[in-house]
Design a binder for this molecule. Sequence first.
Ligand code: ZN
Length: 380
Amino acid sequence: MHSSHVQAADSPIPDASCAHASERERVCSSTPGPRGWRVVLEVAGFITPVATVITLGCAQPEPGVDFRDARLAVVDMHLHQGEWQGVPGSTQEFLASRFPFPFNLNPEQTASGILSAEGVVAELDAAGISRGVLLAVYAPRSVGVATNEDMVEQVAVAPDRLWGLASLRVDDWSAGGEAQLAQLDEMVQAPGVVGVKLAHTHMHFRMDDPRYFGIYEVAGLRQKPVYLHTGPSPFPGTNAEPPYTDPAFLEAAIAAYPETIFILGHVGYDFINKQLGYFETCVTLAQKYPNVYLEPSALGSEGSDPTGEHLPHIMGRIREAGLVERTIYGSDGPQSPGFVGDYLARTTAAMESTGYTVEEARAVLSGNFARVFQVEEPTL
Ligand SMILES: [Zn+2]
């Protein structure tokens, strides 16, 4: 399992929202008001139910995040929704074994709540984040299914705060591929849907398999960027072989579809060994192809970057490589109360320590997203 999830699951739950609050002012009431347990999800592309308490006890900070002498609006492009019933049995067992006592006694009940739009927005509010993006997931053999329909429904609950990325099934491609592509074409035109989400390692299709290139064609024609999980992700039922994880195998598709934006999720980070993995390959691809973007979510969490060295290294290297304008912020939350805000604090700290200007930080936190996804940049 993704280590940051383990970390989240091992955290003392009731006070986590306040304990993990970012450096900004946050005040907790003396009577936290947990509204109930809910499922929090995913990391590195898979759905991870973890019992948590909604963070109603804390006062909301002002929107935005402090960076040097400025306050900046933020978009989090990587958030999850999902249901326990959508997770395969082997992964349910795997995840349940990591639920803290007493939630491990009845994992289904623990996870029976759905990560709702309301819950996500509460996490965004607590972190001062203006808008977030919910991902659909179709990975029945590994991390499970969070349907396009659910994603669209949740986005519609808070259309001024949420956007969505659609996905599709690839597990019966020879028989159902055409229908899946037609559905994807329809879904990316649904209200609030701004792009496409893929995870080859979870969905079991090679990055260089031309039979699936129609996905990139649809995305390019509709001008909807494609977010792709890159790097190894150690869940039951994933495929960690290089053709499924190494972004070098995406080069043929990147070159063949110059009108399609490819966002390399997790910048190739190796979540199994907690190493940089294929990060330099991502840098090389982004330097070579103007349609390649980078997204450094999850890898800098407490569990995945225990020494705290990797996220600053990655943000510094991105700047040095001239790729600030190609980098889009995401957390891979919500995971646990306060994670969304904590990841933002880690990322802004990494940018400050590696010399980002206010304008560069603004580009990463909101400007690049707005430009690439052709939406209005949030203002404070
Ligand atoms: Zn994810």
